[in-house]
Design a protein around this ligand. Structure first.
Ligand code: ADP
Ligand code: MG
Length: 394
């Protein structure tokens, strides 16, 4: 065992009185920007199997037969059979996280208790500035190990589980903000998944500054019609003296998974940002490339998206939020490419050979998730009724 990890585990056990009596730390399973997660055994959980069984032969209910444990008669004990050990995930939130942020995560998880496919919160402890959250341990595989082998049906089952979680979260008017493979724990053998990590999540409408994308269609049409007449911005360039206030918006999330409206600094972001990120996961699986987007910053991210969608659609997407989109990069075309083409290229297939029907359906669903306009993008509820996710119903 790495001595640093061992040291951190000892320290954690010493922080909370009675910790060692309740949990046995096993190993570190995750280390992120905001927390370290450990696998542990819950020792206080009823270790003995109390369940009575119906004894057919004697026509009565009976407790499980006693069993003797231990090798020699001096030290052996006779007891009820032990249950399978119960494992938990202990999320140690870094003390550098702000108290409001920590409370926010626990508060949202509490609201979402009982939601299918969302990892429930068992309890949480605080000792001075250290907070730990206790979650049931969920066995899962590393995304990179299975995503290249998935058939369209496997993908539909995987996404059905992810969108079931998203539907619950969005029904509670909560934006997860960090949908990506490491935050959706999936077990390909049981075909079950749970959504974790509400560290960046927020309630819809937390930012109250209105964005143009929420104005009604007539007002928008009139604005766009007169925009080129009144604009002080030269048509083909950036203004020399830009006196406009700089835009600020929540940009939390992970590089490569940020929705276009996040990049355009929309101040009225909705749950649709999670749908875009789920779409990026689907694009990753279909193209068999991870990470699909690999930008270092928001400008590069915009260039990557523009390469697929083309200048024309990017301009329209920007206008929704009152932004201009201009580029002189030669590889960004006017029209962009279809997702079908992008996927055929990424998987080194002949673009003249037809795609199988079930994969085509997946691509059609992808285009609904990765719609540049958040208002037109499919919702989680609608997604569950889409023929592609219906394929995931066993
Ligand atoms: P962070 O904010 O540090 O990203 P997460 O909640 O995403 O924290 O957890 C980090 C990692 O720990 C996850 O990617 C996953 O591998 C592991 N993990 C988190 N919760 C669980 C759980 N309930 N069961 C099993 N592993 C988990
Ligand atoms: Mg995470």
């Amino acid at each position: 065992v790495d001595p640093n990890i061992q040291y951190d585990m000892e320290k954690l056990q010493d922080t909370f009185p009675g910790f060692r009596q309740q949990y046995r730390l096993i190993k570190r399973i995750g280390e992120g920007t905001f927390s370290t997660v450990y696998k542990a055994e819950d020792l206080v959980y009823d270790q003995y199997d109390n369940s009575w069984d119906y004894d057919k032969e004697n026509d009565k209910w009976a407790p499980p037969p006693l069993r003797t444990y231990g090798r020699n008669s001096n030290s052996s004990v006779t007891a009820r059979p032990r249950r399978k050990p119960k494992y938990v995930a202990i999320k140690k939130i870094y003390v550098t996280s702000s108290p409001t942020r920590i409370l926010n995560e626990l508060d949202l998880l509490h609201d979402l208790r009982g939601c299918t496919s969302v990892c429930p919160l068992i309890t949480a402890f605080r000792e001075t500035d250290q907070v730990v959250a206790i979650l049931p341990y969920f066995r899962h595989a590393d995304f990179r190990e299975y995503f290249r082998k998935m058939t369209p049906t496997d993908i539909a089952i995987y996404l059905r589980s992810l969108f079931t979680a998203l539907e619950s979260v969005h029904r509670h008017k909560i934006l997860h903000r960090d949908i990506k493979p490491t935050n959706f724990l999936y077990d390909p053998s049981t075909k079950r998944g749970v959504l974790v990590d509400f560290g960046l999540a927020e309630r819809e409408g937390s930012e109250c500054k209105p964005c143009l994308c929420h104005e009604d269609p007539t007002t928008r049409r009139n604005r766009l019609r007169t925009a080129h007449l009144s604009s002080s911005v030269p048509h083909n360039g950036y203004p020399k003296q830009d006196t406009r206030p700089s835009r600020r918006a929540n940009r939390a999330g992970t590089r490569g998974f940020r929705a276009p409206e996040v990049l355009f600094k929309c101040t009225e972001q909705t749950t649709k940002i999670d749908i875009w990120s789920a779409g990026v996961i689907l694009l990753t699986i279909l193209s068999k490339r991870f990470p699909f987007f690999n930008s270092a910053d928001d400008v590069e991210a915009m260039i990557e998206i523009a390469t697929i969608f083309g200048v024309k659609r990017m301009r329209q997407a920007g206008q929704l939020h009152g932004c201009m989109f201009e580029t002189s990069i030669p590889t960004i075309g006017m029209q962009g490419f279809s997702f079908e083409r992008i996927i055929l290229w990424s998987t080194c297939r002949d673009t003249n050979v037809k795609m199988p029907e079930d994969e085509k359906l997946a691509v059609e669903f992808l285009s609904r998730c990765m719609d540049l306009d958040p208002a037109r993008r499919i919702s989680a509820e609608e997604a569950l009724n889409h023929p592609f996710l219906q394929m995931g119903l066993e």
